[in-house]
Design a protein around this ligand. Sequence first.
Ligand SMILES: C[S@@+](CC[C@H](N)C(=O)[O-])C[C@H]1O[C@@H](n2cnc3c(N)ncnc32)[C@H](O)[C@@H]1O
Length: 312
Amino acid sequence: MIDASLPIFEHQPVMLREITEIFAHVPDGFVLDATLGGAGHATALLTAHSGLKVLGLDRDPVALSVSHERLATFTGRVVTQHCRFDDLETAMNQAGIAELSGALFDLGVSSHQLDAGDRGFSYRQEAMLDMRMDTTEVMTVSDIVNTATEQELARILRDYADERFAGRIARAIIAARPIQTTTELADIVASSIPAPARRRGGHPAKRTFQALRIALNKELEILPDALDSAIRRTQSGGRVAVLSYHSGEDRIVKSRFRQHATGGCECPVHLPCGCGAVSTVRLVRSAAKPSADEQNMNPRSTSARLRVVEVI
Ligand SMILES: C[S@@+](CC[C@H](N)C(=O)[O-])C[C@H]1O[C@@H](n2cnc3c(N)ncnc32)[C@H](O)[C@@H]1O
């Protein structure tokens, strides 16, 4: 039965067919869905592969309760836990799972989080400055906007969004403090950018909101350890797949996968390896994109890049 107290949660899973195929021949057992969201990928995996179970994590309690409900028909095949994915080993230990058959990371925010007006992720909808993926945490993006130094704000905008007007935006934010709401912040950003640049590309506040969200939720900082843990805890023949939506995320995934694929070997390519490095994975997919059809049907999929490794 559908619980009427749960919010309407809409999110179109990205590269669903590709993800289902990638896990078609992994050993039977638990696949970690590190970013359960609305359980679109998890539902497809459980439906397509009867030998698979899902350990589903999400730091967002709303997403977790919605997906818990959605997966209720897969009796005995689903365990969910409210935690950040860099705590995946603790989650596995608590669930009594020794090794994984695979892991899926579908990074970033869900459409539900972006579209839920009160969460403060969108520059289009008036809300208090929040942007917490985990609503049980104390710090919100208001703390960054209203207390960070000008240098720190500019660094966040440059590092997490390649914002060319980072310095001007940071100065404008400092001058306008205290800032309470999303639309207030969006207006301050827009008016700090030169008029010709304002007319080009998307909304002028898009990059600022993205950068602040990534900083608040430590999205890039916690990714390398989580990928290492997932690879370490996946059995031979199992696969680790990552969908990223931001060049900074994709760089981290590429670098960690490469490190595991080479074992850290830097011997000249034309000579046999003499350093004794041991590969722990083989590369299966590198930066695959959604089909043109999928990008047309779901514009939010456009920036997706899929990388996959198989544990040796
Ligand atoms: C793109 S959505 C996933 C959608 C999901 N694959 C589906 O098919 O519905 C990303 C989800 O991951 C969660 N998330 C993001 N970073 C996380 C982290 N570090 N740990 C746990 N969950 C995270 C978000 O709260 C969000 O619900």
